[in-house]
Design a protein around this ligand. Structure first.
Ligand code: URA
Ligand code: SF4
Length: 193
């Protein structure tokens, strides 16, 4: 059963000391949402609220993410499986270090292997560079589909924290671009058999 296998990976994370982040974590943040979903979102790493609650994307950025999904009729709980490149919070929300990402990668790979999502959203620069080897920044590659594992399609999208810092909704602004991207994601989602 997928549930049992995910639970056993989560249990490994609970006692994981593969990188030094275990020392400062309050909780590990494993995942949230629907395990039978065709759509997976991979973020960066837990922040303060996520570390406190053990759930991904529950702070301000997470609330904006919920609204973005809702705007096209997708439910964060029922339609998306959400996880991060790291299961433990980096101190002061600093960027994940390469050795931390490498140490944690096996857990994420196993989540993908089990769920085999058809569409994978790479949310922000850290998730993008974990999966796609490109010199181009997120602004250049967001909204494009790339080939992912198991015949899936992966799309890099802006991180909601970036959208919180860029409030303009003018044509061509990050928020406007996100609106184009989420509509394309919904089209692709609806087209899945
Ligand atoms: N930002 C992320 O990338 N992931 C979270 O879980 C929360 C904030
Ligand atoms: Fe282990 Fe990942 Fe936490 Fe590092 S971030 S201690 S590798 S679960």
């Amino acid at each position: 059963m997928i549930e049992d296998e995910l639970e056993s990976i989560k249990n490994e994370c609970l006692s994981c000391q593969k990188c030094s982040l275990w020392k400062s974590r309050t909780n590990i943040v494993f995942s949230d949402g629907a395990i039978n979903s065709k759509l997976m979102l991979i973020g960066e790493a837990p922040g303060f609220n996520e570390d406190q609650t053990g759930k991904p994307f529950v702070g301000r950025a997470g609330q904006l993410l919920d609204k973005i999904f809702e705007s096209v009729g997708l439910s964060r709980e029922k339609d998306v499986y959400i996880c991060n490149t790291l299961k433990c919070r980096p101190p002061n929300n600093r960027d994940p270090l390469p050795d931390e990402k490498a140490a944690c990668r096996d857990y994420l790979n196993r989540q993908i292997d089990l769920l085999k999502p058809r569409l994978i959203l790479l949310c922000g620069r850290v998730a993008l560079t974990s999966f796609i080897d490109t010199p181009l920044g997120i602004t250049k590659v967001r909204g494009k589909w790339f080939d992912g594992p198991y015949g899936s399609k992966m799309m890099p999208i802006f991180h909601p924290s970036y959208l919180l810092r860029n409030q303009s909704k003018a044509v061509g602004s990050p928020k406007w671009l996100m609106w184009q991207d989420i509509q394309e994601i919904k089209r692709a989602y609806d087209a899945l058999k």
